[in-house]
Design a protein around this ligand. Structure first.
Ligand SMILES: Cc1cc2nc3c(=O)[nH]c(=O)nc-3n(C[C@H](O)[C@H](O)[C@H](O)COP(=O)(O)OP(=O)(O)OC[C@H]3O[C@@H](n4cnc5c(N)ncnc54)[C@H](O)[C@@H]3O)c2cc1C
Length: 494
């Protein structure tokens, strides 16, 4: 993508046309506080749009400085620029604040989406199409498929559009994880294709390292999802052999618009951690302290001197307890059915790496036995401290139920020395705390480290899946090769 920054003095403006040929989008940045010069902007905009080389260009208006009190609203700017009178160009006005970056990606995402939607599948002539069923700002020419010369949207030139319900990439890591979180697995096991972690990153990158990495990845491959756009329904249309994906897009101003996306291909990537799980527990309404899910916990700073009940002894629960100890709180870890606690490293290498090496040669059950023996030597008998091991081994359990073993980053020594108290399953919450089989205890706060679940069953119609599998040709090679060499269809990534 090439971007030209046009501006400057009046006498330079005649030279602007040099840059118009092959332009897909014109971006107009408005200082929303500058009422005096808005009419000049309007004249310039309309002069610009008369140019023949911009015939097919879409127009994005950034209403900048929306953080300032005196800023005109996008609706006022729409009127002042007479945007509704633009009939031959798709246009869109986007509230933004260049200082914080708010709204910038939304605007650019709109351009990307308009451009992608104006491309056509070379093999079968079917178009990728996005239809606004309710739009507040965008008017203009009807959808007209055409070829255009965009840079390859992915390494393998498979055009795609990504729907993302949050306002940016890596939502889970930005907004729903605690500050002390580091990758549980060594970095080489967590990197994405074609973009290794920088060598100066630690073996277990921190949350902020990982976020830097993901942002770098998105920038490198020009990944621009359609943000604030949640898939609400996806079904396979067996007549047209197309997926129909219903979505709701939330604008920064709070309005919602619905849209339908159609495509022969759909990739579901909404993750296993889409929705926090909080168990129904008797007495919840009576408890007068603070209650939250682990996705809301940031750090233990506000908990000094407090008694905190952490429900669930997975990786999150254990790590939050460590952080609570660091901040002089008193954590109590409620354990229902036990857990496999393994040291993060054994024999000088990561436990995960060791397990991966062993399973190449040995049956899973035998690998489990080896891991448990080594863990016993390294950290001792966890059962003695209230963390009974499940009957089946850690890898077999993961395969059978998806339950991940705990890779200990310091919780177990704190359990051993009594800084973290292990308590049994909660029977019910009470006004001041919680009731257990052997009595009641007082707590100031309860944090549910009870995991997440996928939301796919809520929006992906199950019958569609079997339909689509029987209707579309089977993927024989790897997904990407298949897509590129045989079909060059469009992909959706949600
Ligand atoms: C505390 C914690 C620690 C973890 N540590 C590790 C680790 O060390 N190593 C590791 O490999 N993994 C770890 N994981 C697992 C982690 O979730 C995954 O590695 C990774 O985030 C999964 O990526 P993903 O893209 O599949 O899902 P996600 O990162 O969850 O991304 C899915 C995206 O889909 C969006 N979405 C959901 N529903 C919709 C919808 N209906 N429409 C549109 N968009 C939607 C979400 O907003 C989200 O941005 C950890 C998870 C947690 C919670």
């Amino acid at each position: 993508m090439q971007v030209w920054d046009l501006g400057g003095q009046d006498r330079l403006r005649t030279s602007w046309a040099t840059y118009f040929r092959g332009t897909h989008a014109a971006i107009v940045v408005i200082d929303s506080t500058d009422r005096a010069r808005i009419s000049i902007m309007k004249d310039e905009l309309f002069r610009l749009l008369q140019h023949g080389d911009l015939e097919h260009a879409v127009v994005l208006v950034f209403a900048n400085k929306q953080d300032l009190k005196e800023a005109m609203s996008p609706a006022e700017i729409t009127d002042a620029l007479s945007l509704h009178s633009i009939k031959n160009h798709d246009w869109h006005i986007q509230a933004c604040c260049a200082l914080t970056g708010d709204g910038l990606y939304d605007g650019l995402g709109w351009i990307a989406q308009r451009e992608v939607s104006s491309m056509i599948s070379p093999q079968n002539g079917r178009s990728w199409c996005h239809r606004d069923t309710r739009s507040h700002h965008s008017r203009g020419r009807p959808f007209r498929p055409r070829r255009c010369r965009l840079p390859p949207p992915s390494l393998l030139s498979v055009p795609c559009i990504i729907l993302e319900r949050s306002d940016g990439i890596a939502n889970l890591w930005r907004h729903r994880s605690y500050d002390c979180l580091s990758l549980h697995l060594p970095k080489q096991f967590c990197q994405l294709p074609h973009h290794p972690f920088p060598s100066h990153f630690p073996t277990y990158p921190s949350k902020s390292d990982f976020l830097d990495y993901l942002h770098g990845y998105a920038a490198r491959f020009a990944i621009m999802p359609l943000f604030r756009c949640a898939a609400t329904e996806a079904r396979f249309d067996a007549t047209d052999l197309l997926w129909r994906v219903g979505a709701v897009r939330r604008r920064p101003e709070g309005e919602e618009e619905s849209a339908e996306f159609v495509s022969p291909w759909l990739v579901v990537a909404t993750g296993e951690n889409a929705e926090p799980v909080v168990p129904e527990m008797k007495g919840m309404e009576a408890f007068k302290g603070e209650m939250m899910h682990s996705s809301e916990f940031r750090n233990g700073a506000d908990y000094a001197g407090k008694r905190v009940l952490v429900v669930g002894c997975g990786n999150s629960g254990m790590e939050m307890c460590v952080d609570l100890c660091k901040h002089a709180a008193a954590p109590f870890l409620s354990v229902r059915s036990g857990a496999h606690v393994l040291p993060r490293e054994m024999l000088g290498i990561s436990t995960f790496g060791l397990a991966m090496k062993l399973v190449k040669w040995l049956p899973v059950r035998l690998v489990d036995k080896i891991l448990l023996l080594l863990a016993r030597i390294a950290i001792g008998d966890t059962g003695k401290y209230g963390l009974k091991r499940p009957k089946i081994g850690p890898l077999e359990l993961k395969n059978a139920t998806g339950k991940t073993p705990v890779l200990d980053v310091g919780a177990f020594p704190l359990i051993k020395n009594g800084s973290i108290n292990v308590v049994p399953e909660v029977e019910s919450l009470t006004r001041n705390g919680a009731k257990f089989a052997d009595g009641e205890m007082a707590f100031d706060s309860v944090i549910f480290a009870t995991g997440y679940r996928s939301n796919v069953p809520l929006w992906l119609k199950a019958s569609s899946l079997s339909l689509s599998l029987s209707c579309v040709p089977r993927v024989k090679t790897s997904l990407n090769t298949h897509l590129v060499t045989r079909y060059q269809y469009w992909l959706y990534i949600i």
